[in-house]
Design a binder for this molecule. Sequence first.
Ligand SMILES: NC(=O)c1ccc[n+]([C@@H]2O[C@H](COP(=O)([O-])OP(=O)(O)OC[C@H]3O[C@@H](n4cnc5c(N)ncnc54)[C@H](OP(=O)(O)O)[C@@H]3O)[C@@H](O)[C@H]2O)c1
Length: 259
Amino acid sequence: MGGDDQPAVSSAVLITGASSGIGAALARLYAREGLLLALGGRDAGRLETIAADCRRAGAEVVPGVVDVTDRQAMAEWIAAVEARAPLELVIANAGISGGGVGGSADAEQTRRMFAVNVEGMLNTVEPALAPMLERRRGQIAFMSSLAAFRGMPSAPAYCASKAAVRVYGEALRARLRDSGVTISVVCPGFVRTPLTARNPFPMPLLMEPERAAVLIRTGLERKRPQIAFPWPSLLAARMIAALPAGLADRWLARLPVKE
Ligand SMILES: NC(=O)c1ccc[n+]([C@@H]2O[C@H](COP(=O)([O-])OP(=O)(O)OC[C@H]3O[C@@H](n4cnc5c(N)ncnc54)[C@H](OP(=O)(O)O)[C@@H]3O)[C@@H](O)[C@H]2O)c1
């Protein structure tokens, strides 16, 4: 038995944004006996519901009711998890979306999006990376999006923040090639979650979060550098990105904006 009369755990998986959507589906998928599962989110009630499911599957759960923008609180939570069991996988998943551009309310939304999606990602990855590099072992998943391949007028700040996540993850992946730490950049298309529920436009090939979680886990097990799906949406994203800028602008300007 481990401390506090808990069964011994040999390794830990940490997922931010585990109280909803893709993160919750990933938490339920990873939950198993002998695993320390660190689950982050701000909504304690929703997080506890997911934690209870994961405990029923045999995992020991360390909930972290922490805002990812709180650098110190994130560092303390991650250090507390590391002290219990070595982190084998970190999924920097917490994120928000919106279509904000211009205007004072939108300006706040834009800054919040960069704070959560970009700084929140850094606040998750940095404290986890140091011990992983020391033991030359571990895996980090950066949750980006297919919206990161080209700035869409429907959601400028969201696309830009997710592009930052993608590019940072790619750069780190190459930089840490021989470090023993594996990096994957995850780029999903549309997934049915509260984040997409407000989208006022049709979402081609909308996927259930449970299916997305299976694709992400399979990609991570295979140490895929980029886990992007579904493939027709990836192809479309790449084609739009390859179009001449003016042509793409004219075509994309017809799309409805996010709230
Ligand atoms: N759904 C899609 O179609 C799609 C496609 C591509 C990429 N993604 C990315 O996938 C990730 C998960 O999105 P989702 O669709 O599953 O959305 P979701 O259901 O809205 O879940 C977002 C999660 O992030 C957490 N979160 C938000 N702000 C936070 C903060 N400041 N501090 C800590 N946690 C915070 C939320 O926790 P609380 O509510 O408890 O704060 C929640 O658990 C996001 O990074 C999103 O950009 C989603």
